[in-house]
Design a protein around this ligand. Structure first.
Ligand SMILES: [Zn+2]
Length: 229
């Protein structure tokens, strides 16, 4: 931990010098504008669905009945491969699972307001206000939306930014990183692979061994203390 303490200080200085984080004034804009941004939507297999619909609509009542199950299948959530982890943080291997997809109103009902805005509208919580920026417990951080394991506390470090920070995800199978040029900055956004929930951003000013800083929102995470097995 002493090594980390040094790294934390170095990292904090780097962060300040680089200005990698969004300034507070920009946060106010982000909050103000977040309502205008469209919700992250899953691509549906539109062409397949259209073909099936055309075929069904051009047929008889019997044809419609026959196609109904196929239409339902075609609109089912696509599958993704994620890595499962035990409550002790041990890998249980990869698994092909359906994506978690809900309509915006459903997500709004399921999530606390801040979790909804962060995960579904890519909002950013105000630094030093979240549940986990100063959390030092041993355990796993899972997606608030779908419980997919995202980060292990053993990779968490004090970045000095006011957001929970990790030098790597628990598995690269469980997150998606895409370029994000909103708010006049070019950043890399990180989201949950299974439900597309926005988690935060990753920067290249983190500590060893990766040199990366996964700057997450507490509101997107759920901490579970490590179990013994
Ligand atoms: Zn998720």
């Amino acid at each position: 931990m002493e090594t980390f303490a040094v790294l934390f200080r170095l990292t904090s200085r780097n962060i300040g010098r680089n200005g990698a984080n969004m300034p507070l004034s920009t946060f106010a804009e982000a909050h103000a504008q977040s309502g205008d941004k469209p919700m992250s939507q899953h691509a549906s297999p539109g062409s397949t669905r259209r073909e099936l619909l055309r075929a069904a609509l051009s047929g008889s009542a019997l044809g419609l009945a026959l196609f109904a199950p196929a239409i339902a299948f075609a609109t089912a959530a696509p599958a993704v491969t994620i890595e499962n982890f035990s409550p002790a943080g041990k890998s249980l291997g990869t698994q092909r699972v359906p994506k978690i997809v809900h309509a915006e109103d459903e997500w709004r009902r399921m999530l606390a307001p801040e979790a909804f805005e962060v995960t579904r509208h890519a909002d950013t919580e105000t630094p030093f206000t979240g549940t986990y920026w100063n959390q030092h417990g041993d355990g796993l951080y899972r997606c608030i939306c779908c419980a997919t394991a995202l980060f292990d506390s053993r990779t968490k470090f004090d970045s000095g930014t006011g957001w929970p920070s990790f030098y790597q995800p628990i598995s690269h199978d469980n997150v998606v990183e895409i370029s994000d040029s909103t708010f006049g900055m070019v950043r890399t956004a990180v989201s949950c692979k299974r439900c597309d929930g926005h988690l935060g951003h990753v920067f290249d000013d983190g500590p060893k061994p990766t040199g990366l800083r996964y700057c997450m929102n507490s509101a997107a995470l759920k901490f579970n203390p490590r179990a013994s097995v």
